[in-house]
Design a protein around this ligand. Structure first.
Ligand code: GCU
Length: 339
């Protein structure tokens, strides 16, 4: 882990080196270097999942590949990292479907607010290999393909002042991911949307450029946003997954046996990340409380009513979304019936 940080810092100091290395195929000591970028700290469940990915690939194909993980946006903010995967300058990145949506609009579907009725339905959909593979494999034109998903919890508002009802959002400037759908959502909520990268959020809240943001609980602690925003409201507007995307040329250049190893490694990374997720979330809530963050329960329906018209609007704007949306509604109903 320390190794990867040091390597990351060294590369950061000379960003030209990143491209020089990538340009020559990233070979070191005869091994092909596999670079993976993500935005989280090294204690985050996603990093822990990727460490298992690294170990697994190297245990099976270690004579050929050297997997290197770059956390904390060391290779650049998420949108930049997606571009690096597109061009093949790096091989993999973890990206939120929010940030992927401008690269392929199929990913708009997960930005639809209140798309999933429950966490169970969300997990069931994400674990539906047939449905998800059809989505993952549909983005060849963008130069990448997703290989697995990671839980990123439920997104809620947090701000410098309490948001207890949708009316409290009026006149507020709230950060969203670089996603047109999220901008629309924020406007429908009655707030002004401020799209920016994840790494900029802390300073933007601290300096008063924005009033707040929206994310899962880990943002309060892992990214320290709880130091500058003390009110977290459980309005539950989205469950937006993160995906591990890989450069298409790289993936297609693997032999079937190698591809299988990478797929198994990806599956293992997801398993580990998901096992860690609820543990990490509960810990984050406790830590955030110690930081003085107040958690506010609210009338979710009141928030939902504000943005429900977006479902129809987004589906008619992008017909590609409809079949996936319908499959998700079916899962919503199935889960409801089981309860
Ligand atoms: C979550 C998510 C990240 C995303 C971030 C954001 O932390 O896991 O992938 O980039 O939210 O809001 O930008």
């Amino acid at each position: 882990m320390l190794k990867s940080i040091k390597k990351g810092i060294a590369l950061l100091l000379s960003s030209a080196l990143v491209f020089a290395l990538a340009g020559c195929g990233g070979a070191a000591g005869g091994k092909r270097i596999i670079r993976i970028s993500h935005s989280q700290s090294e204690t985050h469940p996603q990093h822990l999942g990727l460490v298992e990915f690294e170990k697994y690939v190297e245990s099976k194909l270690g004579d050929k590949y050297d997997v290197q993980i770059f956390p904390n946006e060391l290779l650049g903010p998420s949108v930049k990292a997606i571009e690096l995967v597109q061009t093949g300058a790096i091989d993999f990145a973890i990206a939120s479907t929010g940030n992927l949506e401008t690269f392929d609009n199929i990913y708009q579907v997960f930005s639809i607010p209140y798309l999933f009725d429950s966490v169970e339905a969300y997990h069931k959909v994400m674990e539906d290999k047939e449905l998800m593979n059809s989505i993952y494999k549909s983005t060849a034109a963008a130069g990448f393909e997703a290989v697995t998903w990671f839980d990123a919890g439920t997104r809620n508002f947090y701000a410098k002042t309490p948001i207890k009802t949708p009316e409290d959002l009026k006149g507020k400037k709230i950060r969203v991911q670089q996603s047109p759908t999220n901008v629309k959502m924020m406007q429908a909520f009655g707030a002004a949307a401020a799209p920016m990268s994840f790494g900029e959020v802390y300073t933007a809240i601290q300096s008063g450029v924005i009033d707040g943001a929206e994310n899962n609980e880990l943002a309060l602690t892992n990214n320290k946003h709880g130091e500058v925003a003390k009110y977290y409201t459980y309005n539950q507007h989205q469950m937006v997954p993160d995906l591990l995307i890989g450069n298409l040329k790289f993936l297609n250049g693997l032999s079937p046996e190698e591809r299988q190893v990478f797929d198994e490694a990806a599956e293992l990374a997801t398993k580990v990340e998901r096992e860690q997720w609820s543990v990490a979330t509960n810990k984050a809530i406790e830590q955030a409380k110690e930081m003085g963050v107040q958690f506010i329960e609210t009338d979710v329906q009141a928030f939902k009513q504000k943005v429900l018209p977006l479902h129809k609007e987004l589906l008619s704007e992008n017909p590609k979304l409809k079949p996936i949306y319908d499959s998700i509604q079916k899962v919503n109903d199935e889960v409801k019936e089981m309860k």
